[in-house]
Design a protein around this ligand. Structure first.
Ligand code: ADP
Length: 486
């Protein structure tokens, strides 16, 4: 791996606690492997509850000085970090693709996207205004100020090993909080490389800590149980999110949760079909279908159903599948064998109930964690894909006849993260945009993520918003000051 990098210093395999690169107390390691080949890439320090506690204590000790810095000073450090991330974009992308599997152009895109949160929040924190409230009392004046919430714990997933960290750490540090990050065990190298550059940018010791490990419940127990941690920001599965929410109840932590989705992607009869196909490809197949905002159910109106299915299948057949480092590919491997099994299960279940395979539908000849990009038609509400997030390269096409049915189908899920629809009728666009139960809606657009807009879900997809002006508020508390005796 080091031979791939211009700056081998970015490759770190030890945890980062209180400004030091450390082995866990037990000196144990765990293996990180390349999902395209199964080969081991690195051995990384496996942290325990005691290591996690040390990281929390370091963050607690670093808090007073970091919080006391003017936002402008914190912003200058973050700005340097942002610039270093872009300077090392290629190396960071190489590390990311190797441990996560996504094609290199997608990894480069993720590094730029990840860095954008550091830039945005460095700017935004300078504008964390309070209010002067017109007083109803002649002898009192009422004011609010915003203050950092304190030590933040961030637990992040493997599908965006860089950006899911910066989207939490950017606003936290900008607001004046200190952080302990637990990255996914599949992708710790990207997290550690971020810390290398944070250190070079001048982030003081203890302000950012990275606790690596595969003992997730042990580390998570400490992060959710420790009273000094005032906020938990989590991105991952709904099941683990609910568990962590319960664990945080004991110390009443503030929660930011980005959980699962089951995004509908609706194509109405009046849609621009070519644009809808492009949007579906981007939304469904980005990161080989492994994003929480990926279209999970494609709902297509009767009048354009067959034409849309054919156009989509034709485009999907052209996609190149392969390892990130094997040339020009659009689809990488899935993260592991369990992920492949889930796609296979969804396909088998749908086919057994009458769905038709238009393309794909089998493991890819490359073997291992590769699965063929797949399009299924005649998918119905009773199939597994209607209710569960596939998190893989499977586009199931449901059929509907009118707008009311589309809305009913779209909302028939306990999730509410992203939704997409294609139409050119301005009245319908407003009606559907308002009726759809989701935190984010792409209208004639399949890619909606940007640091300047609020990312987050409703229903069981989560709590809070990341990115945008709203994303800073989640890391701050409002304090009310009442000046009496005037
Ligand atoms: P996925 O299925 O995408 O891996 P998870 O919710 O299992 O989603 O993982 C998201 C993050 O949560 C990862 O960093 C993982 O290690 C962590 N995690 C998993 N189980 C627990 C747990 N019991 N406590 C704390 N963190 C956990």
């Amino acid at each position: 791996l080091t031979t791939l990098l211009n700056d081998p210093g970015l490759l770190q395999t030890r945890a980062y606690i209180n400004g030091e690169w450390v082995d866990g107390e037990a000196a144990a390691n765990f293996a990180v492997s390349n999902p395209a080949s199964g080969d081991s890439i690195a051995q990384v320090a496996s942290c325990s509850a005691a290591d996690t506690r040390r990281a929390i204590e370091a963050a607690e000790a670093a808090l007073p000085a970091w919080r006391a810095l003017p936002a402008k000073c914190r912003a200058q450090i973050l700005r340097r970090w942002f610039e270093l991330l872009l300077q090392h974009q290629e190396d960071l992308a190489q590390i990311l693709s190797l441990e996560q599997g996504k094609p290199l152009p997608e990894s480069r895109g993720e590094i730029a996207y990840g860095a954008s949160f550091i830039e945005w929040f460095a700017e935004e924190a300078k504008r964390a205004y309070g209010d002067v409230i017109p007083s109803p009392f002649g002898d009192r004046r009422l004011v609010t100020i915003k203050q950092p919430i304190g030590v933040v714990a961030a637990i992040t997933p493997w599908n965006f090993p860089n950006a899911m960290i910066t989207r939490k750490v950017g606003p936290a540090l900008a607001a004046g909080c200190t952080v302990v990050v637990k990255p996914a065990a599949e992708t710790p190298l990207s997290a550690l490389a971020l810390a290398v550059l944070a250190e070079r940018a001048g982030v003081p010791r203890g302000v950012l800590n990275i606790v690596t490990g595969e003992r997730a419940s042990e580390i998570g127990g400490e992060l959710t149980g420790h009273p000094a941690v005032r906020k938990l920001s989590f991105t991952g599965s709904t099941r683990i999110g609910k568990l962590l929410m319960e664990q945080c109840a004991g110390t009443v932590k503030k929660l930011g949760l980005e959980l699962g989705g089951n995004a509908p992607f609706i194509v109405f009869d009046d849609a621009d079909l070519d644009a809808a196909v492009q949007g579906a490809l981007a939304s469904k197949f980005r990161n080989t279908g492994q994003t929480c905002v990926c279209a999970n159910r494609l709902l297509v109106q009767d009048g354009v159903y067959d034409a849309f299915a054919e156009k989509l299948a034709a485009a999907v057949r052209k996609m190149q599948v392969g390892a990130a480092h094997s040339g020009e590919v659009q689809q990488g491997p899935l993260i592991n064998a369990k992920a492949v099994a889930k796609v296979a299960e969804h396909v088998a279940d749908a086919v057994s109930q009458g769905a038709k395979v238009l393309t794909g539908g089998e493991p890819h000849p490359l073997g291992g964690n590769f699965y063929q990009p797949t399009v299924l038609t005649e998918v119905t509400e009773h199939m597994l894909v209607a209710h569960e997030e596939t998190f893989g390269p499977l586009a199931p096409l449901f059929r509907f006849s009118d707008e009311a049915e589309a809305i009913r189908l779209a909302n028939a899920t306990e999730f509410g993260l992203a939704a997409y629809f294609y139409s050119r009728d301005v009245g319908r666009i407003w009606r559907v945009a308002e009726a759809i139960e989701a935190g984010m809606v792409g209208i004639n657009e399949g890619l909606i993520s940007t640091e300047v807009a609020p990312f987050g879900g409703i229903k069981q997809s989560g709590l809070g918003r990341e990115g945008s002006k709203y994303g800073l508020e989640d890391f701050m508390e409002v304090k009310y000051l009442c000046f009496g005796g005037l």
